[in-house]
Design a protein around this ligand. Sequence first.
Ligand code: GUN
Length: 284
Amino acid sequence: MSTIIDGKETSAQIRKEYAEEVKELAKKGIVPGLAVIIVGNDPASAVYVRNKGKACQEIGIHSEIIEMPEDTPEQKLIEEIQKLNERKDIDGILVQLPLPKHINPSAVVDSISPQKDVDAFSEVNVGKIMLGRQSFVPCTPAGIMELLKRYNIDITGKNCVVVGRSDIVGKPMAMLLMQQDGTVTVCHSKTQNLSEYTKRADILVVAIKKPRYVKANMVKEGAVVIDVGINRFENGKLTGDVDFDEVSKVASYITPVPGGVGPMTITMLLKNTITAARQNRENN
Ligand code: GUN
């Protein structure tokens, strides 16, 4: 049986540490500020945004949620971002994705000042990750790295297989594992004989949005399995991309869904916002 990596408990512990950091900053007159912009009425996005605001509030970070209508022109959204770029009390700016179809997400994300891009999705911050000079790391891969660290899982020299090549998870995940001296393979929807790769993984990260796709016969005995998938069945129940019941019998460590990677994502947003406040304000 495997050890279950408890993202909820780890996340709660880390948030306590961050609350202390925020208190220390307050003594210097610094209250980190995060602005979250949501365009349109996507119900899932609305929940995520509300949770982000709540998490900020709980540890003393100032947050503002800016709601814009579905038919907002791209230029108007960019103007709103430019105003936030200028504000001294706002350290982090996040535009919730997906955006309505008439808006080009790259143009929007790249209009966020790189010093305030706490999602690390902009060209500049993606480039920094490639070079290993990042100040912000995208929240989901950052959360996974933090879980591996806190469970003392060594990456050096390990076969790390990332399944999924998205800009938000797969690509930055591969970079971070490589920075920690992992031997990294990235697989995706066009990979042939996927299980030949997954079976060689010491650390397997799966982010493909396919419910319970990874089965026990695709996983090496003793592997560390990280499940990024959040798939919702019609009855509302959540499941990951990994068949937890099967795979937990062969893995050494495994993240559950819910309660694994998910809770860490917002925690890393808090981290990036605190980092931004330090960088933007501590020596100014
Ligand atoms: N939509 C789904 N995940 C994310 C995320 O991490 N950041 C933003 N801005 N939007 C998202």
